[in-house]
Design a protein around this ligand. Sequence first.
Ligand code: NDP
Ligand code: MG
Length: 397
Amino acid sequence: MTHAVTVLGATGSIGCSTLDVIARHPERYRVFALTAATRAEKLAEQVLQHVPQYAVMKDDAGADAVRCLLPQDHPTTVLSGAEALSWVAAHEETDMVMAAIVGAAGLLPSLAAAQAGKRVLLANKEALVMAGPLFMDAIRDGGAELLPIDSEHNAIFQSMPERYDGHFAPHGISKILLTASGGPFRGWQADQLADVTPAEAVAHPNWTMGQKISVDSATLMNKGLELIEACFLFNCQPEQIQVVVHPQSVIHSLVQYCDGSVIAQLGEPDMRTPIAYALAWPERMTSGVAPLDLVTIGRFDFEAADEHTFPCLSLARRAFMAGGTMPAVLNAANEIAVEAFLGERIPFNTIPMLVQQVMDAHKVEAMTSLENVLLADQWARRQAHQLLQGSVNEVDA
Ligand code: NDP
Ligand code: MG
């Protein structure tokens, strides 16, 4: 029997790697639905290759563009809009959902997949950062399976005891070691960062990824978001996680045990490994990734993260500790700041400043419902935009 897979964010970096892995195993997987926002040509190409039952574009114009690129009698139904995204993610004929939309836009369809009891392959870390407790409850209540795709979290998952139940002590776990490449500006000082361009920021030394996560890697916000992601996924606190910079990006993360053992997962920096792992779990299957050659790599280096030059990591820790709606605010402010940086409207060093200012102005609320997460997200976006325009309305906070 083949498993039906929905790929949310199919045209992105993770989406394309997922389809690459799936295409290697036609006897195990078939594509049920593919979704995208703007890249109609790319989605049409994927639809022609994988012939899913549904394709979903962000808006009607995009859906029309996809339809125009398909032969008239093509069997794929092309839909549009946010409701259609959640509908394909929760569809009874879908077994697995790759959640690979970037940013807050991925929250509702990822949550829909969780509530519908799917195997959720979670790349969209922003969804978990925004609404961690609600998301984890939805996974449990929906009877879903959550498999982390983020390479570090996938490595931690692989290095954890098989029956890990969310408690370190009974399993003899002392801490999680979360590795970071350090990004393209590792070792730089704040004054050197003042004039960096978007092109320099997205040129990651080891990974080829979408623009937003590439900028997040350069500011270390990616590691901050991952710290929060790990706290929710593995039910732990920030002080139980040590961030270790490892520039080669070969050790994808580690778990330290009380007897002195440290268990790690290693591999080429290629997302097809965690994707294949999560698709096939608890089995293993080929992914197309080259075997690791330690002799060629030669050495592993480690250093502490420079949280003074890259304050986003500390901001994320602070957001998690504040709890409630604060992680959603951190995430939303960061999305606006990254967009402004990529549009060359603010310098690189303004990203953490803007996030901090929005967080400072936020009055934390308990996370009681999805509505208050979405309200906090919208509030933080407005606040960030106002700050960018230099006109913050303090009463609005
Ligand atoms: P990309 O920017 O390459 O792809 C994003 C995908 O989401 C595209 O298919 C895009 O459509 C779609 N999308 C964007 N905005 C919307 C929206 N508003 N509504 C619906 N769909 C939308 O990102 P990545 O693949 O790099 O990253 C995806 C997620 O995975 C992120 O959360 C990232 O943090 C995470 N991740 C990525 C890794 C990587 O190696 N790339 C590693 C670990 C985690 P379109 O292209 O058509 O506009
Ligand atoms: Mg990662």
